[in-house]
Design a binder for this molecule. Structure first.
Ligand SMILES: NC(=O)c1ccc[n+]([C@@H]2O[C@H](COP(=O)([O-])OP(=O)(O)OC[C@H]3O[C@@H](n4cnc5c(N)ncnc54)[C@H](OP(=O)(O)O)[C@@H]3O)[C@@H](O)[C@H]2O)c1
Length: 229
């Protein structure tokens, strides 16, 4: 049975991925920062026959990430999905940027996935063909220049972090890639977004299926195409 760890699993794309992996028959370790408030995830856990367990993880806190890694210390992780992320608030244009919000955005979107990778390295190494996918965004690519300074720079930075990690983990046989999940109808994407969470998660799962050591270090689109850096 494939074991899948997902961060930010309580809503949006993370919740949909959790649902789809449970439906597929996989074992899901669903992480979120407030399990007590995660009603939809709890409902999914209750009807999953033990296929989904919920674990506390705030990706802005190194202690929280380490505690979760310790709790799951005996569990090999086949697929790790760094999905948790924030948009970074409304104040991120020229002349209006909040430094406090910007730093928190970097903390969650960039340093969070790095710390998660660090803490779960052994869990990945003890799996047969481990894969780690980080949910980035097209706005982090050099081909985009939307004036959303905090969010865009946090995603550009996580792209670089994962590109370096892909190279470092080549020797361990851990495939590391990034994905733009599409413009998705979630709290972050809004109701007018182009695709549903279901479509996005189906695409993300298809990309994960084809991840291996020949394409490690790639930046994918949710539809399987390669995204330009
Ligand atoms: N939706 C889009 O159009 C779109 C486009 C490009 C990229 N993305 C990326 O896709 C990923 C998922 O986004 P989404 O659309 O599903 O957004 P969403 O509906 O706003 O969900 C965000 C998720 O991240 C979690 N999260 C935020 N801060 C966290 C923290 N410090 N620790 C742990 N979890 C935290 C949230 O948990 P709480 O409920 O506790 O806040 C929530 O589960 C993000 O990385 C986002 O940047 C989305």
């Amino acid at each position: 049975m494939t074991s899948v760890l997902i961060t930010g699993a309580n809503r949006g794309i993370g919740l949909e991925l959790s649902q789809q992996y449970v439906a597929k028959g996989d074992r899901v370790y669903a992480c979120c920062r407030k399990p007590d408030a995660a009603e939809k995830l709890s409902a999914l856990a209750s009807k999953s026959n033990g296929a989904l367990s919920i674990h506390t993880m705030d990706v802005s806190s190194e202690d929280s990430i380490k505690a979760c890694a310790e709790e799951l210390s005996q569990v090999p992780i086949d697929i790790l999905i760094n999905n948790a992320g924030v948009y970074g608030g409304e104040h991120q244009s020229l002349g209006d940027a909040s430094l406090e919000d910007w730093l928190m955005t970097i903390q969650i979107n960039t340093i969070g996935p790095f710390r998660v990778a660090e803490a779960f390295q052994q869990h990945l190494k003890s799996a047969k063909s481990p894969k780690m996918l980080t949910v980035s965004s097209q706005v982090g690519a050099s081909t985009f220049s939307m004036p959303i300074y905090a969010y865009s720079s946090s995603k550009a930075a996580v792209n670089k972090v994962m590109q370096i990690l892909a190279s470092e983990w080549q020797q361990h046989g851990i495939s590391v890639s990034l994905i733009h999940p599409g413009w998705v109808q979630t709290d972050m994407g809004g109701p007018d977004a182009a695709i549903t969470p279901k479509e996005s998660a189906e695409g993300i799962r298809r990309v994960i299926e084809k991840m291996d050591m020949t394409n490690t270090g790639s930046f994918f689109k949710w539809n399987g195409e390669i995204h330009p850096w």
